[in-house]
Design a protein around this ligand. Sequence first.
Ligand SMILES: Cc1ncc(COP(=O)(O)O)c(C=O)c1O
Length: 366
Amino acid sequence: VDLSGFRQQFPALERYVWLDTPTVPPAARPVLSALRRVERAWEAGDFNWRDWDDAGDIARSLFADLIGADPSDVALASSLSEAAATVAHSLPPGRIVVGEREFRSNLYPWLALESRGFEVTLVPSSEGIVTTDALIDALDERTVLIAASEVQSSTGYRVRLTDLAARAREVGARVFIDLAQSLGALRLDVADANPDFVAALGYKWLLCPRGTAWLYVRRDRREEIEPLAPNWKTPADPHATYYGAPLELAPGASRFDASLAWFPWIGSVAALRLLHTLDREAIEHRCLELARAFREGAQDAGFHVVPQDAPSQIVGVDVPDADALRARLREHRVTASVRGGFLRLGFHGFNTEDDVEVALKALGTA
Ligand SMILES: Cc1ncc(COP(=O)(O)O)c(C=O)c1O
């Protein structure tokens, strides 16, 4: 599958070898065009705000399609932490299990429950990684929820979601999956692992502007969750009236929707439509193959890379001075980041074998 047309959608790729998508990728042309169009319409006064607000529903459907869900099971949020907090504030009392190295937006919403009497168990890491087996071993009958990222932010370790969810089901624990570092590069169908909750954000692998996120709530969990910040969008027909009691809930997961910031959602519709033009299997294959080629090349050059097993499209290079290495890459116009002491590189469908070669050359030898 030829992904060169996809690559050409990113002006910044003419200037940089972009391996910093785990932090944030550069903008794609259709997203920029959508944002520029809306700015012009805003300036000229030629707009209907309800059209802007409708972008949320369009993005809901496009997102639902990506994860094989029904749009009525997907809520709109502004950040991953907000999606997690929506679940957190409705949990029944009990024990929560989460990896000690989770990105804080998928850790703090659970830790914040300690002051309300919840027991939060932090699963220990080794080499920055909290393994699937360690997460599974931490589950017991008192566990009300386990929260995990499919791909861990600082190392790229990929959790076996199906195994995790299967064990959680046995003990009766809910499963909350953070797809911030996977969806858009790696595929997920909610029918496979059948998690209770899935949260994703737009501004990394899904190529959206920052400010959009989604929360999938499995239908049998809908009634136990309450809106975090109920607002005029909470009822079935938000436009019927904007005033007065009673509190009405839409039948579907839109009852959990945030009150939207319009422009990021308009940009997100353009980004998701761009992703929908692509062969998702080809994207995933490209991402994983490029990461594998980089990992092997770096190892051949004497570097220690993580993860050693359960790899993804993100690679961590374990070096004493990751910041110096990042600066060296930058001199070669290669972008990367440093997280948890690792030099972190990520490969999207717009990256190429040439990018891997340039990055390896810039890396040098250990
Ligand atoms: C695993 C993971 N979750 C969440 C986030 C960001 O969350 P938020 O949308 O709350 O900023 C990141 C950002 O790097 C991340 O890596």
